[in-house]
Design a protein around this ligand. Sequence first.
Ligand SMILES: Cc1cc2nc3c(=O)[nH]c(=O)nc-3n(C[C@H](O)[C@H](O)[C@H](O)COP(=O)(O)OP(=O)(O)OC[C@H]3O[C@@H](n4cnc5c(N)ncnc54)[C@H](O)[C@@H]3O)c2cc1C
Length: 299
Amino acid sequence: MSSTRRVYVKLSKICETAKNVNLSKFTSNRIGGVAKIMVSPSNLEQIIKVLDVIEKAQISYVVLGNMTNVLIDDYDGVVIRIANNFDNVEIHGSKIIVESGCSLSKVCSIAMMHSLTGLEELFGIPGTVGGAVVMNAGAFGSCMENVVSCVIAICNGKITHYTNSECDFAYRHSNLQDKFVLFVQFDLKKGNKNQIQTKMMEYMSTRKNSQPLDMPSSGCTFKNIVGLPIGKLLDEDGFKGCSVGGACVSTKHANFIVNKNNATVNDVVQLIEKLQNHILLKYKVMPQTEIRIIRRKNE
Ligand SMILES: Cc1cc2nc3c(=O)[nH]c(=O)nc-3n(C[C@H](O)[C@H](O)[C@H](O)COP(=O)(O)OP(=O)(O)OC[C@H]3O[C@@H](n4cnc5c(N)ncnc54)[C@H](O)[C@@H]3O)c2cc1C
């Protein structure tokens, strides 16, 4: 029996496990290679057992949430998918403690129902709380850093508690990327339910008006640079509609690359490089991708 087959058999005794998974069925951009194995543990005990099997087999793995911020190629190891399956929410006064697979928008709605303010701007960001805290996701001037008081994650086999400052949050950055985020605690404030709801609806409507939500994408392609809003520059320089293969710069928002016609990972990567080269040549800065590109082959 091959080592991958042995790992598959062991993992399938622990939790939902599939092999040769077409990842495009899960990614928000509807692009993706094949994962040799994908597991979906639904509690802490299963997560620990899964990691134990993977570590003993010395096989590579990646933890993913709702795959709304990734461009992922074929993956030879194990994709651990933490979305919906690990999503309990507990409320203690103005604190909300959430399992990392919970959708961020669901937490925002629960906060609103309990008249807790602080998450309004984040309502509508697709993806899980785990993905959001790793990415320090944000919108409309706020981000996870402003509302997360602590994170519990597995690091080097140990369950570890990180305070807000220990997460090293910065613009679309944290030091949680190489850890396995399990739980996130939000510290919110008492507010007015109607006002919270109204604000959420306003932010959602701005989102709908400015983003190509009807097309598959991974959100903003590039991080903005202070004083250089990349989407605006690409728009002014005529890149809306520019395409490589099936990947195309959105005609609605130039920082979004949409999957217009069966785009491949290579199409998106080539389009990203084309846009990066333009910004570098014209503005003398290299824009960094906000999207996480996960490639195992041809790296
Ligand atoms: C239409 C659209 C609009 C968007 N708007 C915004 C926006 O306004 N603001 C914004 O910041 N982003 C936005 N995004 C990007 C994306 O939704 C966010 O980054 C989101 O927080 C990612 O969550 P996810 O669960 O999908 O993470 P994934 O895409 O699955 O993963 C993202 C990263 O987090 C890591 N990760 C995920 N879960 C865990 C975990 N439990 N433990 C350790 N690592 C983990 C992955 O390894 C990966 O590196 C948008 C995306 C789309 C498609």
